[in-house]
Design a protein. Sequence first.
Length: 412
Amino acid sequence: MPEGQKLPIWALVGLGASQNIGYGTLYYAFSILVPDIAHDIGRSEQWVFGAFSVALLVGSLAAPLSGRLADRIGAGRLMALGSFLAAAFLVAMSMSSGPLSFAVALTLTEVVSSAVLYATAFTAIVQAGGRKAQTSIVHLTLIAGFASSMFWPLTSWMHGFLSWREVYLVFAAMNLIVCVPVHLALSRLTTSAVKGSAPATPSGLPTAPAGNRNRLFLLMLFGFAIEGYVLSAILVHMVPLTQALGMGAAGLLVASLFGPSQVASRLINLVFGRELPQRWLAIIAASLIPLGLAILMMTTPSISGAAVFAIFFGLGSGLISIVSGTLPLELFGKEGYGGRIGWVTSAKQMTSAIAPIAMSLSLAGIGVGGSIWLTAVIGIAAAAAFLAIAVSVRRGRVLVTASVPGSEQVAR
């Protein structure tokens, strides 16, 4: 695809549909079905959630490999294979005869998820999206932001007349009938882009200083890993936390503001943030999250203060979803993008899997208030990492400018 073109509308809409189905069937629906699953396989709900955490942790280890495969064979091909395998493993989950077979099928499902969710979808956009890849990533996160809003009520409705096994059979059919054809069609774009890769155009050149890229990459991984931890730690416990702070039933209302705020952040960025460097957007996103937590603690048990917290937290989460795809592209360019975003996904998912258990231990040890303040401080570390990246890029540009004859005044 020529660099000046953008991802076709059909490909963007198709990717959006596949991401909603992917996140809905492989992630969001799980919590709705846990009670029935636990009763059926003869284990406690805590055991089932623990199996899910282990599956997410193992799945995070597969993300870098998925990224490298996407770079090598094209993201569309990988997503088509991933969707087919996701359908097969969902069928295996539905047919599991006991705890062990269920846990194995669940783990394989989460391993395959790295080939079909955001990281590989972003890679497909970068491979086939020309100069407009960054904008298309924002569009995709906006479309896919409705996965939880769609699949929580859909799963609850289906579970009213279907068993958990039958629900997963329906989910397998969705992946097979919708996602596989979309990804096969997309593979024509991404495979040709991989085979006929053109040199980067000026607008596609990386901004990270050449001598500093390894350090900046590690800083970026650290920042996203911290964000994965903070978001997971709070989201899993959000309703109980607000109720423990004295908000009672209003805690559920407060938590419900998170989803719309997450979608709103993507709209706001689409309209007003087009020219904003992604390293600065990462700083803003990472700062909103601890700021929201601080507002929650300073205003508790105020419902309005908690509402501001939920809005800030949702805005930060929505923006993090965007910059996890756009920041690696801005810093390091298109070459090797799949592998890099695979590592980003791995870092985020690994800490996300650990966070719920760590937060539970923290709540038992230092209480609700101490745990929230500690999480806010941890969140500040992510903002500091992204700030260090922005400062390093700026210094690198100043040095480059100063090395050009006649530009000393600019360098000053």
